[in-house]
Design a protein around this ligand. Structure first.
Ligand SMILES: O=P(O)(O)OC[C@H]1O[C@H](O[C@H]2O[C@H](CO)[C@@H](O)[C@H](O)[C@H]2O)[C@H](O)[C@@H](O)[C@@H]1O
Ligand SMILES: [Mg+2]
Length: 268
């Protein structure tokens, strides 16, 4: 069985588009007091690692994020497919405002316990059926994010087709289930429908200190396209990483370029 086009996985080794601006000049970004900094995590701030738990936050990046958070008056948010809990563990001891789970969760202030949840958890029985797909091959890793379940195959690339086929069969069996399949980088994720990174950002931008600012967003994956699409609504800018994308103001080759760019914003 063939994958649906919408379910096709994404290659994380695509060369940057030669035609797109290959730099994101810091001069495009408004003064830090007027902008909101919105950042995807994996493949944008952080280099890919063999497994989700093995990512590493360079100390220089942590310091850059702290300073940007301070100098934007708190208007810096991480916008990730990861759960908020996971984001906090990765960046510990730092806490940043964040949208987690592809828009399922949001926390506005780093010192706030309040997390707005925008979806019920994925059905338990469905999760069990999806989890059984991991039995297809050693190396397939399960990541349970509550609102979604991710099947990672970076360590079992040969299993990609079989994973998507097995997921398609389960979906076909549940035509009315409010779920969708998100293809990612060596990952097939099944999530509740009804929220996206963009719906999370739309809500975030209604709150202080984000409200009224000109945001910029940097992201690497197809799940980031929904946020690219809404940046013009705020007179904002988008930048992609390692891939071509519509309507971006520039693109970075790799996360190391993004880290250097963010550090540069502090020197202006
Ligand atoms: O939206 P993001 O912040 O970019 O998160 C996307 C997914 O990132 C993580 O998986 C990816 O990164 C792992 C660590 O480098 C890598 O091993 C895996 O192959 C990638 O797919 C995370 O585990 C997912 O939950 C996020 O949705
Ligand atoms: Mg990413």
């Amino acid at each position: 069985m063939k994958h649906d086009v919408a379910e096709m996985p994404v290659d994380d080794d695509i060369a940057p588009d030669e035609a797109a601006p290959d730099k994101a000049p810091a001069s495009l970004i408004p003064p830090l007091g007027e902008t909101a900094v919105l950042l995807d995590i994996d493949g944008t701030l952080l280099d890919f690692a063999p497994t989700p738990r093995e990512v590493w936050v360079p100390p220089e990046l942590a310091q850059t994020l702290r300073l940007l958070h301070e100098r934007t008056g708190g208007a810096l948010a991480l916008v990730s497919g990861r759960s908020l809990n996971d984001i906090d563990l990765i960046f510990a001891p730092d806490l940043f405002p964040a949208i987690g789970g592809h828009g399922a969760e949001m926390r506005l202030h780093p010192d706030s316990e309040a997390v707005a949840a925008h979806a019920p958890p994925l059905d338990k029985e469905l999760k069990r059926r999806l989890a059984a797909i991991a039995k297809l091959s050693p190396g397939i890793l399960l990541e349970d994010k509550g609102y979604s379940l991710a099947l990672h195959y970076r360590l079992a690339p040969h299993a990609e087709k079989a994973i998507y086929e097995a997921v398609s069969l389960i979906r076909a069996d549940l035509p009315n289930a409010p779920i969708e399949v998100l293809p990612g980088k060596s990952v097939c994720e099944i999530k509740q429908a009804g929220f996206t990174k963009a719906s999370g950002v739309l809500e975030l931008m209604t709150h202080e200190p984000f409200k009224g600012r000109r945001p910029f967003f940097i992201g690497d994956d197809v799940t980031d396209d929904s946020v690219f699409a809404i940046m013009p609504d705020y007179d904002g800018l988008s930048f992609s990483v390692g891939r071509r994308a519509a309507d971006v103001a520039g693109q970075f080759g790799a996360p190391s370029d993004v880290r250097a760019f963010l550090a540069q914003l502090l020197d202006r």
